[in-house]
Design a protein around this ligand. Structure first.
Ligand SMILES: O=C(O)CCC(=O)C(=O)O
Length: 261
């Protein structure tokens, strides 16, 4: 069913085309996301013990195991989200990434960046091909590292986007979010993480969706065979490029290191 009818989805897709992102406020049930938070916190601990961040000081990228609360098709197959993804990135998309970005106290401003280079050199204005669906596992405000982004920088070169940020055409915009809110963004939009000044981690889930024909070797979702077998057809189709495994690894080798363009 979803919360939005076809014309509302069309309007959200138009907003996305203009701005490079769209926000669905209070979209997921708070209790569902709190269950994700409770399952996530123990996964962050070994990363914090091992190093002071794998995305710069005090900032952790942690892949989620595709099991339990995290393998919930009501989240990654959400009808409104997939409908908007299909409108802006074409039919039959692929889900390629399920992870988290978590700044803790001691994190700093990231450099302004995009998460992927242009698809073709010297042709930055192509339609969207890689989307991130972000949702926080805690409420996010100025105290704990809100994402800072820009509007309308997703279909231009990095240089033009940076120039527009500098001269005020594309002003920086902080995005406070509450548990349940969802952001769908073109990963080419110029953005950065900001410092988490609070004593508690600020996990933000990132679910990656690509165009039907686009393959990203730097990320993957290991899908346990029994979990795959239990999923609805739509979910199986979204996950079609991912490896199926007997069971998920306890610790994932975070080999996705080149993330800023
Ligand atoms: O976590 C955030 O707020 C932003 C993280 C980010 O943009 C990145 O690591 O690429």
């Amino acid at each position: 069913m979803g919360r939005y009818d076809e014309s509302a989805r069309d309007a959200l897709a138009q907003d996305f085309e203009r701005d490079g992102f769209v926000l669905l406020r209070a979209h997921f049930p708070r209790a569902t996301i709190e269950a994700w938070r409770d399952a996530f916190m123990p996964l962050l601990a070994p990363h914090r013990e091992a190093a002071d961040g794998n995305r710069g000081p005090g900032r952790y990228y942690v892949t989620l195991p595709f099991e339990g609360a995290f393998a919930d098709p009501s989240i990654f197959c959400d009808e409104d989200i997939v409908a908007i993804v299909e409108r802006v990135a074409g039919a039959d998309p692929v889900m390629c990434q399920l992870a988290t970005d978590t700044p803790v106290r001691g994190s700093d401003f990231q450099d302004w960046h995009r998460d992927t280079p242009a698809l073709f050199d010297d042709a930055p204005e192509t339609p969207s091909f890689q989307l991130a669906v972000n949702f926080p596992l805690v409420d996010v405000d100025d105290s704990n590292g809100p994402l800072e982004t820009t509007r309308g920088t997703h279909r231009m070169s990095r240089e033009e986007a940076l120039a527009g940020l500098a001269d005020g055409r594309f002003p920086a915009e902080r995005v406070p979010m509450r548990v349940g809110d969802v952001m769908i963004r073109d990963v080419r939009g110029l953005h950065r993480g900001t410092p988490n000044l609070s004593g508690a981690p600020r996990p933000m889930v990132v679910v990656g969706y690509s165009r039907a024909w686009y393959f990203r070797p730097e990320v993957r979702i290991d899908v346990p065979r029994d979990v795959f077998a239990s999923l609805p057809a739509r979910a199986k189709r979204l996950l079609r490029y991912n490896p199926q495994v007997e069971s998920t690894a306890r610790t994932f080798d975070e080999s996705y290191r080149q993330f800023a363009y």
